[in-house]
Design a protein around this ligand. Structure first.
Ligand SMILES: NC(=O)c1ccc[n+]([C@@H]2O[C@H](COP(=O)([O-])OP(=O)(O)OC[C@H]3O[C@@H](n4cnc5c(N)ncnc54)[C@H](OP(=O)(O)O)[C@@H]3O)[C@@H](O)[C@H]2O)c1
Length: 283
């Protein structure tokens, strides 16, 4: 499996499988088992997805060695602040039924992120977490947080795809070697992306689907995509991107379709309260 080296020397698979909105009624466990069968070795979940238990069950029943699977989870806003975050980490470990988590992220950039980050740093020292990172942190949030961070984030998980390439943020993160991980890499199924004429013509040239071109573009840019699918055919299709490469002309064409706009703006500070109301993971 192709990997990407992180700023702490560890390696992460170049593509992962995301389980947002997959219910923990057996569906998530089945989807993760299917993904592991196809060859994915990196699963992205979160406390707020309420399906860490299913992810853990699929890992246990896979028969794979723990060290051969890379697991990401994320701390939810309700558990921000130092003390609450310490508990949040332990709850994720318990739900996942794992001794350690490979990568643990601050899911959102609001409220007491500094206290929460301190707890994540201690989680690393205690051997509960291998790498730590952030998500949805735009440049302004990073400017505020980076001076407080003893351990620099290895990853920033952001909305990113060919229509929203996050060029400015990626440039900002380069000196810290913070890698971009892409949520909504397939635009959450956005038609505008799948029907883009440039992507379609590049797909025809390589005899690959638009989805494969999009995901290959991420890999070539050094961005780690975590596409989701509940279809076995799509899971396979999205994984078959390591037998070809895009030439520099095609990369330039894809860079040219960036609109600079995504589906949500983390800089809207009222969004923290909205999210907190929308996702209550415990009392
Ligand atoms: N950190 C954050 O705040 C945050 C926010 C959102 C998401 N995420 C993470 O990012 C992951 C991905 O996001 P997402 O699932 O919302 O969006 P996505 O991966 O961009 O898109 C998933 C959609 O694309 C479809 N799809 C997948 N493969 C396809 C293919 N080969 N051809 C055509 N359609 C295809 C899926 O349908 P089928 O199921 O039918 O294949 C599904 O409707 C999440 O699961 C989660 O882990 C993180």
């Amino acid at each position: 499996m192709q990997t990407v080296k992180l700023n702490n020397g560890t390696e992460i698979p170049a593509i992962g499988f995301g389980v947002f909105l997959i219910p923990d009624d057996g569906t998530c466990e089945r989807a993760v088992s299917d993904a592991l069968e196809v060859g994915y070795r990196f699963i992205d979940t979160a406390a707020a997805y309420m399906n860490e238990v299913g992810v853990g069950k699929a890992i246990k029943s896979s028969g794979l060695k723990r060290e051969d699977i890379y697991v990401t989870s994320k701390l939810w806003l309700q558990d921000y602040g130092y003390e609450a975050a310490k508990k949040g980490i332990d709850t994720s470990l318990k739900n996942l039924n794992l001794d350690y988590i490979d990568l643990y992220l601050l899911h959102q950039p609001y409220f007491d992120t500094k206290g929460a980050w301190k707890a994540l740093e201690e989680g690393v020292n205690e051997g509960k977490i291998k790498s730590i990172g952030i998500s949805n942190h735009t440049i302004g949030f990073l400017e505020n947080l980076l001076p407080e961070m003893r351990i620099k984030p290895a990853i920033n998980q952001m909305e990113c795809n060919p229509l929203f390439q996050q060029k400015e943020l990626r440039e900002y993160m380069k000196p810290y070697d913070i890698k971009m991980q892409a949520w909504y890499p397939l635009g959450h199924g956005n038609k505008e992306l799948f029907e883009n004429e440039i992507l379609k013509s590049i797909g025809a040239k390589y005899n690959k689907t638009v989805s494969q071109i999009i995901l290959r573009w991420h890999v070539e840019e050094g961005i780690i995509p975590i596409p989701k699918s509940t279809s076995m055919n799509h899971l396979k299709e999205n994984f078959e991107i390591f037998d070809f490469s895009l030439d520099s002309d095609d990369m330039a064409k894809i860079r040219s379709i960036d609109t600079g706009r995504g589906t949500h703006n983390p800089d809207d500070l009222s969004f923290g309260e909205t999210l907190l109301k929308a996702y209550k993971i415990h009392d």
